[in-house]
Design a protein around this ligand. Structure first.
Ligand SMILES: Nc1nc2c(c(=O)[nH]1)N[C@H]1C(S)=C(S)[C@@H](COP(=O)(O)OP(=O)(O)OC[C@H]3O[C@@H](n4cnc5c(=O)[nH]c(N)nc54)[C@H](O)[C@@H]3O)O[C@H]1N2
Ligand SMILES: Nc1nc2c(c(=O)[nH]1)N[C@H]1C(S)=C(S)[C@@H](COP(=O)(O)OP(=O)(O)OC[C@H]3O[C@@H](n4cnc5c(=O)[nH]c(N)nc54)[C@H](O)[C@@H]3O)O[C@H]1N2
Ligand code: SF4
Ligand SMILES: [Mo]
Length: 729
């Protein structure tokens, strides 16, 4: 298994610049490759947590030490190959900067002055503060921020205590606008893993989706496969991304003008009669109105907005039509850009509808999941106070809770006070725009508890920091995956935690006991819980421990396979015209508004991913740090020449509100437009505890003091910040 996976790993590595070096780096850090089966090697299947894709992995332990992690060959998601980050996952466990014991602050918030305490003291203190908050303000005054499956048990404890407010940054800071835009159009969301049939696409259109840097494993593998099969790739991005280097058509679109491009593409398809008329006639609602509305958006109209020549817009639209319905206009994932994001995502949905790709091979498939009954807990207490994040349905199409709404309520005390935050696995200081606002909210709290594995920036602001065991050292909730091929997967401990770190389920259970909520934990340890749930599905923990995952039967994927073409929208059809939007006072067919320019001489700040890092969570991972230890600011070559700036020079960035970044290396390149600059998100750590990465590179989040709120669902668009470049840093 070991040799095969390395060869396969290198095969995808060609896509991401850092990956090949990483393979070498991880061998160096971890003691070099050895043939499997020698020197007391054993393997443990589990699923990865270096990002939220949850690939199934096989960890190898040699002489009691973590040795390496490879993809589980039985996994339909990763097909035996991890991405570079997953391969470097051992670094999460051996990170010398890890939190080791519970910490309580003994100076002012944010000073990062701690005393180590026992778990009993830490949880006792938290429980007491929670009871005080409950007595004074009600249990609704405690809120939970969490990201990822590991937050499940903590959420259970807090719901048993009575919370109503709980949010993840994956909605208002990420995929929310996309899911809402598709829901308004097809009546269904894209979800995660995305239901995109990239593998079978004959034409793939990427609008900013930078697959290859965005390393969501299945997507990158399928992208490589489609590309290898000769699919036409069309990329619209102000920056020449790795994906752009594979494209037949690369469109260096003006940042923020994508909706204009999308409308012009649809104008061409409709005026030239190239769309799927049968599909639209059969499934569409309000097409005549939509068609009339589109008439104004000619390629000539779009040219000055987008910078893309009319002939290019026509040629690319015709190319899309040629391959339909196997033309997939990728919906993207991080969709919170300019505040018009739900309407832009809806335009992407409508373009796919014209191409007939929803429910068709090479477009969007219908995913399925296996049935695993939930554990029968007592009902949670009910509250009639509602949620604070979206009072009076200010954002009428928000389908999940808004982190930013909870933050705002914490500052204003409206509609009711929020006095305690639990933060599980989300570094809110980096994840949410306007750090000053986050800190203002934190200052209004009576209690901030952070559960993390490293001393992240948000942990630095906590009253109590609880150190979690990493994914390689714990059980977690089952992954009941909704995917092309359904499966159930187990995360299980591979090694024991190196110090006094504890798994989330243990923390959640102990806290519940201290709060007098023992009735919500009828099980004594997680193995008992997992086995109970698995038995409900006709499986057992013993089987999952051995295999890592169990696959379910393949279900039909497309309309042509017999999936019924049902659209759970109000009209029961694909909504080219949205009555829901009209009734709520919004455009029933998307309309374009030009985004505001920045101050003269400034550049729009854009950000994205590096193949070897995940957000702000992996910079101290010694394996991944070896592959990339700081980020760079991409600056257009002509701009560089004008400023006398060369690649490798250190600069600082000053944003429109006077915030000045840490030092960051310039990358002067033709691969970006002159009106914007670009950096990888997640660097520029300021937490003193992150000794290995403190002060390395700059933080895009720090410079994102402004954000444009999506009026439909409350998403926070961050591509509305501008910077100037200060030299001589
Ligand atoms: N400026 C800017 N902001 C962004 C983005 C951007 O590109 N630029 N991207 C947005 C997007 S798309 C998203 S999805 C969000 C992501 O936002 P987050 O998910 O909040 O991402 P991170 O900043 O990496 O924070 C993750 C935290 O979890 C901790 N952690 C890691 N493993 C574990 C574990 O096993 N247990 C526990 N308890 N903690 C753990 C990490 O140390 C880190 O502190 O950010 C959004 N915000
Ligand atoms: N390695 C790695 N992979 C990841 C993650 C990670 O942390 N690390 N995070 C995962 C998560 S949660 C998410 S949400 C995804 C995010 O990844 P994606 O959804 O693919 O991308 P974004 O972060 O939205 O966008 C970044 C790209 O958009 C381009 N861009 C910026 N502004 C514009 C514009 O106005 N128009 C157009 N057309 N393009 C623009 C940028 O140049 C860049 O190439 O990545 C996922 N994959
Ligand atoms: S995509 Fe990479 S980091 Fe994410 S779960 Fe899969 S292997 Fe792990
Ligand atoms: Mo995301």
């Amino acid at each position: 298994m070991n040799r095969i996976s390395r060869r396969r790993f290198l095969k995808i590595a060609g896509f991401g610049a850092g990956a090949a070096t990483l393979a070498a780096a991880s061998n160096r850090s971890l003691g070099g490759a050895m043939p499997a089966g020698t020197g007391g090697v054993h393997t443990v299947p589990t699923y990865c947590d270096i990002c939220f894709w949850k690939c199934n992995a096989v960890a190898h332990v040699r002489d009691g030490q973590l040795w390496k992690i490879v993809g589980n060959p039985d996994d339909p998601l990763c097909r035996g190959r991890l991405c570079p980050r997953g391969t470097g996952g051992i670094g999460a466990s051996i990170d010398p900067d890890r939190l080791r014991a519970p910490l309580m602050r003994h100076k002012a918030r944010g000073e990062e002055k701690w005393v180590e305490v026992t778990w009993d003291e830490a949880l006792g203190y938290i429980a007491e503060r929670m009871q005080t908050i409950k007595a004074k303000f009600g249990p609704e005054a405690v809120a939970l921020f969490s990201h990822g499956i590991g937050g499940t048990f903590l959420k259970h404890t807090l719901r048993a205590y009575g919370i109503t407010n709980s949010a993840a940054p994956s909605f208002a800071q990420c995929r929310g606008p996309r899911d809402v835009g598709f829901n308004l159009t097809f009546g269904e969301e894209i979800g995660s893993p995305e239901r995109t049939d990239i593998r079978n696409a004959r034409c793939l259109v990427l609008i900013g989706s930078h697959l290859g840097e965005n390393m969501h494993n299945t997507q990158v593998q399928e992208f490589a496969e489609a590309n290898g099969n000769g699919a036409t790739i069309i990329v619209a991005d102000p920056r020449f991304s790795i994906a752009a280097s594979k494209a037949k058509h690369y469109l260096p679109v003006k940042p923020g003008s994508d909706l204009a491009l999308l409308l012009a593409w649809m104008n061409v398809l409709v005026t030239e009669g190239l769309y799927d008329t049968d599909y639209v006639t059969q499934h569409g609602y309000g097409f005549d109105y939509f068609k009339a509305e589109l008439a104004q958006y000619t390629p000539e109209w779009a040219y000055p907005e987008t910078g893309i020549a009319p002939e290019t817009i026509r040629a690319t639209a015709r190319e899309m039509a040629r391959h339909r319905p196997a033309t997939l206009v990728h919906p993207g994932r991080h969709a919170t850009w300019y505040g018009d994001d739900t309407q832009r995502s809806r335009a992407i949905a409508l373009l796919n509808a014209l191409l007939g790709s929803w429910g068709r091979k090479g477009g969007f498939y219908y995913p399925s999941s296996m049935d695993v009954p939930a554990y029968p807990y007592p009902p949670y207490p009910k509250s009639d106070r509602g949620k604070v994040d979206n009072p009076n349905q200010r954002y009428p199409f928000a389908t999940e809770a808004l982190t930013s709404g909870i933050r705002e309520a914490t500052i204003t005390g409206q509609p009711y006070p929020i006095k305690g935050w639990f933060v599980y696995a989300t570094n809110l200081i980096h994840a949410m725009p306007n750090q000053e606002e986050t800190i203002r909210a934190i200052r209004a709290l009576d209690l901030l508890v952070v559960v993390d594995v490293i001393p992240s920036e948000i942990a630095g602001w906590a009253d109590v920091v609880l150190p979690e065991a990493t994914y390689l050292e714990r059980y977690d909730e089952l992954n009941v995956e909704t995917f092309r091929e359904p499966f159930i997967a187990l995360r299980q401990p591979v090694v024991t935690p190196p110090a006094d770190q504890k798994p989330n389920w243990w923390i959640a259970r102990e806290l519940a006991l201290k709060l007098g909520l023992g009735a919500y934990y009828p099980w004594h340890d997680i193995e008992e819980y997992l086995d109970y749930r698995l038995k409900g599905a006709g499986l057992s923990l013993a089987e999952l421990k051995q295999k890592g995952l169990v696959r379910g039967p393949q279900q039909p994927l497309y309309f042509e396979d017999g999936v019924p073409a049902e659209f759970p929208t109000p009209s029961g059809k694909i909504e080219f015209y949205s009555t829901q939007l009209k009734d709520a006072g919004f455009d029933p067919v998307p309309r374009y508004t030009r985004p505001a320019d920045g101050p003269p001489g400034s550049f729009r700040l854009l950000s994205g991913r590096a193949p070897v890092h995940t957000f702000s969570r992996t910079q101290s991972n010694p394996v991944l740090r070896d592959a990339m230890d700081e980020n760079e600011i991409w600056v257009n070559g002509d701009v560089g020449a004008r400023l006398g700036l060369r690649s490798g020079d250190y600069v600082r960035l000053r944003n429109q509100d006077g915030v000045i970044s840490d030092r960051v290396k310039a990358r002067v390149t033709a691969a970006i437009r002159p009106d914007c600059v670009y950096m990888v998100h997640g660097f520029g750590h300021t937490s003193k505890g992150l000794r290995s990465t403190f002060g390395k590179g700059a933080s895009d989040a720090q410079l994102m003091t402004r954000y444009a709120v999506d009026p439909l669902m409350g998403g926070t668009g961050i591509n509305v910040n501008f910077v100037t470049i200060e030299q001589g840093a």
